[in-house]
Design a protein around this ligand. Structure first.
Ligand code: F6P
Length: 504
């Protein structure tokens, strides 16, 4: 019902919305379309949405029983229905006593153990290099957060992230470290992922070949499959639970590199910031609930405006891994073509997410954002206070973020031809006061919940990832063929490429 009304409203009126006119007609638009959520200020006023669409989107959320679905997640129900699992990454940042969930005690016991270990490593001057071996959620979150919070990192330790099965990556790291001063963290929820196990085996073989002795001191495993880690020969293990999805796992033992980098207190602050956002999502009325507003905007853009991508523009170089992190979060969660019951969907789902830090992107692809044929909503993330004291830089950085959002909206019409900017191009603008553990935690939790919201409206299970399986199976079949040249049963293209790769 709400969907049909939104469609009618879009066709009749909303598709003609002009942001410049909307601001002229409503002097209160900035106040109405912006809000302060925990640690994150968000200005949504430069989005192609009007009051009627907003009301109808909230109605759509009610019809889709968003609140019931959200409450089911927070109640620990098995909302990941295809894997019959609860979805409780939020519990990892829930303070003691703040939930009756029976797993909370174990969560805190594990957190204490992991943070105590992190503090020991921080105090161990002999360990100068920490190498995280993991991929997907076992890499992107820790890497993004360690990079984002570099200002808080312990001096004297370097952090390396090895994810790819491409040996060039591991070889380059191994060439730069010494066994006696390196701690390897093997991060894998399942402890079966081929890339991670291959890298872990090679790292262990290198360590032993270099005369490295004390595996217990130089290797730790972060996994739900502690048995497999022990079998692999790693005694130091930190566990977590099957109700933590890989892309939602930086709050768990998978966050150990973050804890080593920033320390226990800061790690706790990151959890606390995320928890504040959890509370906001769980309790704020839908109309003033930032993850809900953003998720509904995502549906509006994807299904009514037909925008197929969204560009992430963090105006802070320490957030340079954020776009990659968000790609997994959103595209692995909501890149689905069937609903939670397996029935084909009648609408489009996750857009393509992409981006680079500003101002770099401005000198690369912003041309297309301003004058290309496709409209791409842009998401600016600006940080009010810099962590450095260099004169001029931060003002210029922030001025550029504001100017880009302004230029996208205003356009320029006096010159014509190549110099014409159509304008009316939408953007969202986030402001953090500082990039610090609590604000990063809140920002990431905001994105997690926003993905939950759009996934709920589409009726999909945002917590499985069956789409990654087929390629894994085929790679297993092809690997021996690269050795033995067997082409039987292969399509002509794959067979031809196999020949080409084996030649010489
Ligand atoms: O932590 P694991 O089990 O090694 O998995 C790594 C990644 O692989 C995936 O399963 C996809 O292949 C992701 O969902 C996950 O984050």
């Amino acid at each position: 019902m709400a969907w049909a009304m939104l469609r009618a409203h879009y066709d009749r009126q909303a598709r003609h919305l002009d942001l410049r006119e909307a601001f002229r007609a409503d002097p209160g638009r900035f106040e109405e379309y912006s809000q302060q959520a925990p640690h994150v200020f968000a200005d949504l006023s430069k989005n192609l949405v009007d009051a009627h669409a907003r009301v109808m989107l909230l109605e759509l959320a009610r019809e889709c029983m968003l609140e019931r679905h959200r409450d089911a997640m927070f109640a620990g129900h098995k909302v990941n229905n295809t894997e019959q699992r609860a979805v409780k990454h939020w519990l990892l940042r829930t303070p003691r006593g703040a939930s009756l969930d029976p797993d909370l005690r174990e969560v805190h016991e594990t957190l204490e153990a992991m943070l105590a270990y992190a503090e020991r490593v921080r105090g161990d001057a002999q360990i100068t290099d920490v190498v995280n071996i993991g991929i997907g959620g076992s890499d992107l979150g820790p890497q993004m957060a360690v990079t984002a919070l570099a200002e808080f990192a312990v001096p004297g330790k370097r952090f390396h992230f090895v994810s790819n099965v491409d040996g060039h990556e591991l070889a380059a790291v191994l060439a730069a470290v010494q066994p006696r001063s390196t701690l390897f963290l093997v991060a894998s929820k399942t402890f079966t992922t081929i890339e991670t196990m291959t890298n872990a085996r090679s790292a262990k073989a290198w360590f032993e070949a270099q005369g490295g002795q004390d595996i217990a001191r130089h290797f730790a495993a972060l996994t739900t499959n502690v048995g497999a880690a022990r079998e692999f020969g790693i005694e130091t293990t930190f566990g977590f639970w099957d109700w933590v999805g890989g892309r939602y796992s930086m709050w768990s033992a998978i966050g150990l590199p973050i804890a080593i980098a920033i320390g226990a207190d800061h790690f706790r602050r990151m959890l606390a910031g995320a928890h504040e956002m959890d509370r906001h999502f769980a309790s704020a009325p839908l109309a003033a609930n930032l993850p809900v507003r953003l998720g509904l905007m995502d549906v509006w853009y994807r299904n009514f405006h037909g925008f197929a991508s969204r560009s992430i523009a963090p105006y802070h170089s320490s957030l340079r891994r954020l776009p990659a992190y968000l790609q997994q979060l959103e595209m692995e969660s909501n890149g689905k073509r069937v609903d939670a019951m397996g029935r084909p969907l009648g609408c489009s789902t996750a857009p393509v997410l992409w981006g680079e830090p500003g101002t770099n992107g401005q000198h690369a692809y912003f041309q297309m954002l301003h004058q290309g044929t496709d409209v791409v909503p842009v998401e600016f993330i600006a940080v009010r206070q810099a962590a450095h004291t260099l004169a001029d830089h931060h003002g210029q950085l922030l001025a550029n973020a504001l100017a880009q959002a302004q230029a996208l909206m205003q356009g320029k019409h006096d010159a014509g031809g190549h110099r014409e900017f159509p304008g009316n191009r939408p953007s969202t603008f986030f402001v953090l006061d500082r990039l610090e553990p609590a604000s990063l935690g809140a920002l990431i939790a905001l994105y997690e919940h926003r993905v939950f919201v759009s996934g709920s409206i589409w009726g999909i299970n945002s917590f499985d990832q069956w789409g990654v399986e087929l390629g894994k199976v085929l790679a297993k079949d092809i690997a021996p063929r690269l050795e033995n040249g067997d082409e039987s049963g292969l399509d002509p293209s794959t067979a031809g490429l196999l020949r080409r790769l084996r030649a010489g």
